[in-house]
Each structure stands twice: as C-alpha cells, then as structure tokens.
Design a protein around this ligand. Structure first.
Ligand SMILES: NC(=O)c1ccc[n+]([C@@H]2O[C@H](COP(=O)([O-])OP(=O)(O)OC[C@H]3O[C@@H](n4cnc5c(N)ncnc54)[C@H](O)[C@@H]3O)[C@@H](O)[C@H]2O)c1
Length: 287
C-alpha cells in the first residue's frame, strides 16, 4: 500500500531548538504548538498547496502520510521531504480520493503503521472551468466526485479513528468560491460551497468527541492549478492581481501557514469555521 516502506514508526521527542533550513524554531517566522509527533494525513500532497502544507507540518516535526493520485509527483515529494526532514517519518500512498474503497484501504494501512490519525489535511481538488450550458455530465461528476465526495470519504475514515481516540483535527480545503461565486465554474463553486457546509455539519456532530473540523478558503494561489488556467488563457494573472485588494496572488506557503494555525493547539476553540485567506477578495464589494 505504501509507495515504499521505511522503518517502523518510532516515538521520539525532538529538541525544539533543532536547526531547520539554517534557522532554529526560535528564529523561524512561526511556531505553532502541539504539532510535533502528530500523524498528519494530507491529500493532494504531491503538488501546490498540499505540498506546501506537507513542508510546513514537517518543519513542525509532524509525521506525514502523503496521499495523491499521481505516483510520479508523489514519489518525488516523498523523496524530497525525507531528504529535507530526516527526523520525521514520511509515508506515501498512491490513491484517488474518488475511490471510497481505496480510501478505506489507505486508512487501514495508516492504522497498521501508526494506529491513529491526528490531523487530516483534506486538500485534493481540481478546477472545472467550462460554460455550464454545455458542461458534460462526466465533467460535473468528476469535479463533485473529487472536490466533495472524495473529501467526504477521507473525513469519514479519519473521523472514525479520531472520535474513537477522542481527539483530532480535520481541515478541509474549500475555496473563496465556496463563499462567493464566479461564472463558468458551476461544478467548482457548488462543490466548494458544499465543502463549507459539510465542514460545519461535521464540526457540530464531532465536537462532543473532541474532533475539530474547519474549512480553509483560499483566494487565487499561484499553483499548477492556476498556472494551467493562465497558460490556457482561461485566467489572466494580472487582472486577478488587480482585482485583489492586496494586488497580488497568494502563495501556497501562505495557505500552509493558516493550516498550521488551524491544526494547532492555538486554535483549540475554533471549529465549524470557514477561514478565508484571499488577500481581501471576498471582503471587496467595490472595484
Ligand atoms: N490554487 C488556487 O488558487 C486555489 C484556490 C482555492 C482553492 N484551491 C483548492 O486547493 C486545493 C489544492 O489546489 P492546488 O492549487 O494546490 O492544486 P494542484 O493542481 O497544484 O495540486 C492538486 C494535487 O491534488 C492531486 N489530486 C488531484 N486529484 C486527485 C484525486 N482524485 N485523488 C488524490 N489526489 C488528487 C493532484 O495530483 C495534485 O498533486 C484544491 O482543493 C483546490 O480546489 C486552490
């Protein structure tokens, strides 16, 4: 199941003043409590926001289980993270979140290795920019299957373990297009708005069991997802930057930073929240 097996999980306590990227924890711009030693499962972890999240949690000494559908980028991400963060465990499972049975098998493999899931970064998703009048049913289904249904399967699997253990954090990547909308993105907007609603419902259901569930809603972030749309002429990065009050697109690292906070003990009383990180886009009702 795992792309390659490394040594069994070792419990260890890591010194907090360890040097990472030439900086100690004290020198680094952020440090979020309660993440060291946690088992963090990240979907869509091989690229973009998911990969940035994986690096951010690795810097906080969490153990990583990377899930992605692309075996090549997944194995490259695993190799690079292992090389940069030799003190943590980095596992990888190639799986499509659309496949509920494969997702269940992935979590069973995580059980066998770690026995628990502390944090789920439920991030895998695709864009779907098409005129709605001619949107093929298969394209509609694909966006909903990955962005909503796949995300739900992972929530359910993770929460079965978290509610059993009485603790855990789920962070679902929605989008600012789960809050406001854009034309020719019906399946994307609908699936992301559903992720926001789902996150709130699950937060209410699982709060009594010690599990926090939040959604994160990025604005335009410079990843392959956006770069591909720019390259195809479906987006103009300059126009997007001009529409953003901060006059720029965001970076994957900025979304990862918000994820660190929401997953950490610093956000211990935060659940059922849709956390927007969009440079001011959704606040702006003006030009
Ligand atoms: N980039 C943005 O501007 C932006 C804005 C708002 C929300 N988001 C959301 O953030 C998340 C990550 O986006 P990104 O920009 O990093 O995208 P990306 O395309 O750069 O990376 C997405 C990763 O998910 C993986 N993936 C795709 N389908 C999968 C599946 N069925 N199962 C498992 N893995 C799968 C891909 O292989 C890839 O590694 C998505 O949910 C996206 O909707 C992105």
């Amino acid at each position: 199941m795992f792309l390659s097996e490394s040594s069994n999980h070792r419990s260890r306590s890591l010194p907090l003043d360890r040097e990472v990227d030439g900086q100690s924890h004290a020198q680094r711009p952020s440090y979020y409590p309660g993440l060291a030693g946690k088992v963090v499962v990240c979907t869509g972890a091989a690229a973009g926001i998911g990969l940035a999240m994986a690096h951010a949690f690795a810097r906080h000494d969490a153990h990583l289980v990377l899930l992605d559908v692309n075996p090549d980028t997944l194995s490259a991400a695993q190799a690079s993270l292992r090389q940069q963060y030799p003190d943590i465990d980095v596992d990888a499972i190639c799986v499509s979140v659309m496949d509920s049975e494969a997702v269940e098998r992935a979590f069973q493999a995580i059980d066998a290795r770690y026995g628990r899931v502390d944090v789920l970064l439920n991030n895998a998703g695709i864009s779907m920019n098409r005129p709605t009048l001619t949107l093929a049913p298969d394209d509609w289904r694909r966006a909903v299957d990955i962005n909503l249904n796949g995300l739900f399967y992972c929530c359910q699997q993770a929460a079965q373990r978290m509610t059993r253990d009485g603790s855990g954090v789920i962070l679902n990547t929605a989008s600012m297009y789960g809050i406001v909308a854009a034309p020719e993105r019906a399946a994307y907007c609908a699936s992301k708005a559903a992720v926001v609603a789902l996150s709130k419902s699950l937060a209410l259901e699982w709060a009594p069991h010690g599990v926090r569930v939040n959604a994160i809603c990025p604005g335009y972030i410079r990843t392959d997802l956006v770069n591909d749309l720019v390259a195809r002429g479906a987006l103009d990065a300059d126009v997007l930057a001009a529409r953003t009050p901060m006059r720029r697109l965001g970076t994957p690292e900025e979304i990862a930073e918000a994820a660190l906070f929401l997953a950490s003990d610093g956000a211990a009383f935060v659940t059922g929240h849709a956390y927007v990180a969009d440079g001011g886009w959704t606040a702006n009702g003006y030009l």
